[in-house]
Write a protein that binds this ligand. Structure first.
Ligand code: KIV
Ligand code: ZN
Length: 387
């Protein structure tokens, strides 16, 4: 099966940074961007240069220092924003101006206070200006999934006429459903034939917990760029999580004939670098990179894992950069895992000893959330005394 390449556009340093508690200094952005380059993302959106002097400095630092990926900067479709984005980007080996305007009536009326005609004109002038500065221009129709389809198609057609090379259809407020999003992309392709010569991008927020599902649905409809963030950080409930999209495509390759260039063994390290920089910890049950993603506590699962890890794991921990799976000892654990841990600690147990120690272990686990190796050693001596 011939696999279609999917570009990974990482916006951890822009949309991700807009997450409460996740703002980053220029040097921190550089550190994260170097790790994203090691992960081999295709595009790094480094920031929003008009937003502050510091963000301008961060984008220009990343543009000068990070080689490999395209470096993008966000700007509204306004002359000052576009010029500022270009000034920050211009030393990048592969710069991209990413300009956007809202297209839903709700946003146009209440946020922009612009008519549809004015937004069409902003799109034309903004994309034209950006294309006059940079050969790579991405246009985003903010709140696309709540926009009138015919109007959205007109905006997209104008952006393409003026030189946009990538067109992004964001689900800005995480409102859409997979089937609906798939149909939206298909409908736009039908209404705007010029889209076939551009890259269609998708950008999903996670307000209903559907960001990854929506992203995958859009790929099936022809999108070829995914916008996402490490650990899924981002405005409100966050953005589609990079590691989840990448591993869904990898693990279910028979269902999705696509491939990314991501070096998946760098995923865990990338997640840790981000947490380290921001101080925001990953939730333990986070898919792929959470502390519990490869941890097993129940006796039945542990028994299965010891017999064959595929019984309870759909990818190897090594494939995402986690050293090994762990059999966590708690009140649901069984004799097999307990015996194995004692063996690893250098105390292989006889069957009779195991039974006694197991009883002491379950009594302790009923009262203690986590059982450490020191607890096990102490129990062992209690068990031996009792024998
Ligand atoms: O969510 C959104 O619509 C955005 C755009 C600016 C791309 O972040
Ligand atoms: Zn966004």
């Amino acid at each position: 099966m011939k696999r279609q390449p999917i570009a990974i556009f990482d916006t951890t340093l822009r949309d991700g940074e807009q997450s409460p508690g996740c703002s980053m200094q220029p040097q921190e952005k550089l550190r994260m961007a170097l790790q994203l380059a090691a992960l081999k993302v295709d595009v790094i959106e480094a920031g929003f240069p008009v937003a502050s002097e510091e963000d301008f400095a961060a984008v220009s630092l990343v543009a000068r220092r990070v080689k490999g990926p395209v470096i993008a900067a966000l700007c509204r479709a306004l002359p000052l924003d576009i010029d500022r984005a270009w000034a920050a980007l211009k030393e990048a080996a592969r710069p991209r101006i990413h300009t956007f305007v809202s297209t839903s009536d709700l946003h146009m009326t209440h946020k922009l206070q612009k008519t549809r005609a004015e937004v069409l004109a902003m799109t034309r002038e903004g994309v034209r200006r950006a294309a006059g500065l940079c050969g790579d221009v991405e246009f985003s129709a903010e709140d696309a999934t709540r926009s009138d389809l015919a109007f959205l198609a007109d905006v997209v057609a104008i952006a393409l006429e003026e030189g946009a090379t990538v067109v992004n259809i964001p689900d800005t407020v995480g409102y859409t459903f997979p089937e609906e999003y798939r149909n939206l992309i298909l409908a736009l392709r039908e209404r705007v034939p010029a889209l076939e010569r551009a890259v269609i991008s998708v950008h999903c927020h996670n307000d209903l917990g559907l960001a990854v599902a929506n992203t995958l649905a859009a790929l099936e409809a022809g999108a070829r760029q995914v916008e996402c963030t490490v650990n899924g950080i981002g405005e409100r409930a966050g953005n589609a999580s990079l590691e989840e999209v990448v591993m869904a495509l990898r693990v279910r390759g028979e269902h999705f004939p696509y491939e990314t260039g991501i070096v998946t063994p760098e995923l865990f390290r990338t997640s840790q670098v981000l947490s380290n920089i921001t101080g925001v910890q990953v939730q333990p049950n986070k898919a792929i990179v959470g502390r519990n993603a490869f941890a097993h506590e129940s006796g039945i699962h542990q028994h299965g894992m010891l017999a064959n890890p595929m019984t309870y794991e759909i990818m190897t921990p090594e494939s995402v950069g986690v050293k090994t799976s762990s059999l966590v000892l708690g009140k649901h654990s069984g004799r097999h895992a307990l015996a194995q841990r004692y063996e690893e600690l250098g105390y292989p147990l006889e069957k009779g000893t195991l039974e006694g120690v197991y009883k002491l272990f379950t009594d302790l686990a009923d009262h203690k959330r986590e059982i450490f190796d020191e607890d096990l050693i102490a129990l062992l001596y209690d068990g031996i005394t009792e024998d």
